[in-house]
Design a protein. Structure first.
Length: 569
């Protein structure tokens, strides 16, 4: 049974039944079949409002997945929401596999909590708001402070641990220059998992189990990815890994070895430093200044052979001859080097400094065990983790990150539990060992689109596709025939069990050729065409653009053929 709603009068419908579902109408079906005649898919020529040139983002717009509301802010349309919901279901499956419980924290947090953790003043991308009482709040970019405060108020004994809590929700970042659509937006969807353990050993075991869950999740997408050793930055902790899709559109540099399994991001990459050779060339010396303007910081690195011996590069050129991430590590823990200061400003401030710190590359100070490799890593640098490999860089899109935080948040936010103590006392209180593990859900949507799109449109892996297969009908195909093919794919008739998440393109007023181009744009993994072959021989054309398959099959072989293709995607 199908209920159709049109603009025709009731009398006109009775006199002319063919007007039901005619061009220019919307129809609503109650038979529980997925029909494009009742599903809003506003595909077509749409351009980004901010002049975005990213091709995959343009395809998401034209394919009817999203629309831009404001700069860096997007509305998901029905197709986009189906992709996001399937990603969330995949995440739920793998979070449940490690015993994580799903929560939903408020998007609003307080300035006070962030000041307590020490992250408030250091974060310039916070979206700050005030209520009518002039109290300070934030739209959360992440929830370490809130979840730690919540757990601290409710968990007080080691017997309540381990605890693994996660959520998938909206996050906010005051991006200075939103770009690349969902990849760099002001509002985004993110899965964040927070883990709590009573000791370091248990915390590290939890970290291993989370990494395995992430591996299983990304393996299920059946897309190539890299896992890179990473720097924790202002998140805290000493152990973290990033998950990347290799893409020329990525903004991150990921280094990998040609021989061993070593992979690291730009901040943490380590190259093997060649033995220092005697040279008459005087080193390059740059003099910088600390952020508090009290300390001059002298930085010495080897002079490149290509640089004349009398050349003196300015401070503005330091990034060409040094690794800025290594400089950050080399500075004393209580001092931060101002890497962004202009040469003219620096020259006026240096005479006012009260102390000087010397930092040298290890090739210039071979006897100094604490000296670091300050020179930039270049393609072909020797790998520090094996004897034969060389390092090569690839552009990549970061889609997930795992952190072992230790007590970075539990100590300042008073998240302590009681544990058994020695003979001198019954119990003692220790800060919980924490981990935080994120997956950028909306970033994944954009990254997958970028990774698989071609000149015809989008292409989705089976597990996140809005629909796994689309059945396209020609003008000579009857309603009964199209439902017969759809039902064969989508359910076992005798049990009502769904097998393939299919959609029927039964839109009237659209030619079969138009539907095929629209299906290519949307990116269904498999397309089943009811065209001339169906009319002549009751054969269907099965297409899988990603695998390069186009073949005619009989109705009896259809489900097995479609399932075999989907199993590869």
């Amino acid at each position: 049974m199908a209920l159709h709603i049109s603009r025709a009068t009731p009398r006109a419908r009775l006199l002319n039944p063919s007007i039901w579902g005619s061009p220019g109408t919307r129809c609503i079906s109650t038979d529980r079949r997925n029909r494009l005649s009742k599903f809003w898919t506003p595909t077509g020529g749409v351009k980004s409002q901010d002049g975005e040139q990213d091709e995959s983002h343009a395809l998401l717009l034209r394919g009817g997945y999203l629309r831009q509301a404001h700069s860096g802010v997007f509305h998901l349309l029905p197709l986009g929401l189906r992709v996001q919901n399937k990603l969330e279901a995949l995440i739920d499956k793998h979070m449940e596999s490690i015993g994580a419980s799903k929560t939903s924290l408020s998007s609003i947090t307080t300035e006070e909590l962030w000041k307590q953790s020490g992250r408030y003043s250091a974060n310039s991308e916070l979206l700050r708001i005030k209520d009518r009482k002039d109290s300070g709040f934030l739209l959360s970019p992440t929830h370490e402070e809130e979840i730690t405060s919540l757990v601290a108020s409710m968990v007080h004994s080691y017997k309540d641990l381990p605890l693994r809590l996660y959520q998938t929700g909206r996050k906010y970042r005051d991006e200075r220059r939103p770009r690349q659509g969902l990849l760099r937006a002001k509002e985004f969807m993110m899965k964040d998992l927070y883990t709590f353990d009573s000791n370091v050993e248990a915390g590290l075991e939890t970290y291993k189990s989370v990494r395995m869950a992430y591996k299983n999740l990304f393996d299920e997408l059946k897309l190539p990815y890299l896992v890179a050793d990473a720097d924790s930055g202002n998140m805290g902790g000493k152990l973290s890994h990033e998950y990347h899709f290799v893409s020329p559109k990525g903004e991150d540099n990921v280094w990998s070895c040609s021989s061993c399994s070593y992979v690291a991001n730009e901040e943490l990459v380590e190259k093997r430093t060649p033995e220092a050779k005697p040279t008459d060339a005087r080193p390059l010396t740059f003099t910088g200044i600390s952020v508090d303007r009290k300390t001059a910081i002298k930085i010495s690195v080897p002079r490149p052979a290509s640089l004349p011996h009398d050349a003196t590069p300015s401070w503005d050129q330091i990034s060409q001859y040094t690794n800025p991430h290594a400089l950050k590590k080399a500075a004393p823990s209580n001092m931060e080097l101002d890497t962004g200061i202009e040469t003219a400003t620096l020259s006026s401030l240096l005479p006012k400094t009260t102390s000087t710190v010397q930092i040298s590359d290890r090739s210039l100070s071979p006897s100094d065990a604490t000296a670091l490799d300050l020179t930039p890593t270049v393609s072909g640098s020797a790998c520090a983790h094996c004897a034969s490999g060389t390092l090569h860089v690839q552009k990549a899109i970061e889609v997930a990150h795992t952190f072992h935080l230790g007590t970075r948040y539990s100590e300042p936010l008073n998240a302590f539990v009681s544990v058994p103590a020695g003979a001198s006392k019954d119990t003692e209180w220790v800060p919980m060992q924490m981990g935080c593990h994120g997956i950028g859900v909306s970033r994944l949507v954009a990254a997958i689109a970028s990774l698989l799109a071609d000149s015809k449109g989008l292409q989705w892996p089976r597990v996140v596709a809005p629909f796994e297969a689309a059945v396209l009908t020609g003008p000579a195909v009857s309603e009964e025939e199209s439902m017969e093919v759809y039902d064969l794919l989508s359910r076992y008739a005798e049990k009502g069990l769904q097998t393939v998440d299919a959609v029927l393109d039964d839109r009237l007023g659209k030619s079969l050729g138009w539907k095929m181009k629209d299906a290519d744009l949307i990116g269904y993994p498999v397309v089943v065409v009811m065209g001339r072959g169906w009319k002549d021989k009751r054969e269907l054309e099965v297409q899988c653009r990603r695998l390069g398959v186009k073949k005619d099959v009989g109705l009896g072989q259809l489900r097995d053929e479609v399932e075999a293709l989907l199993a590869q995607l």
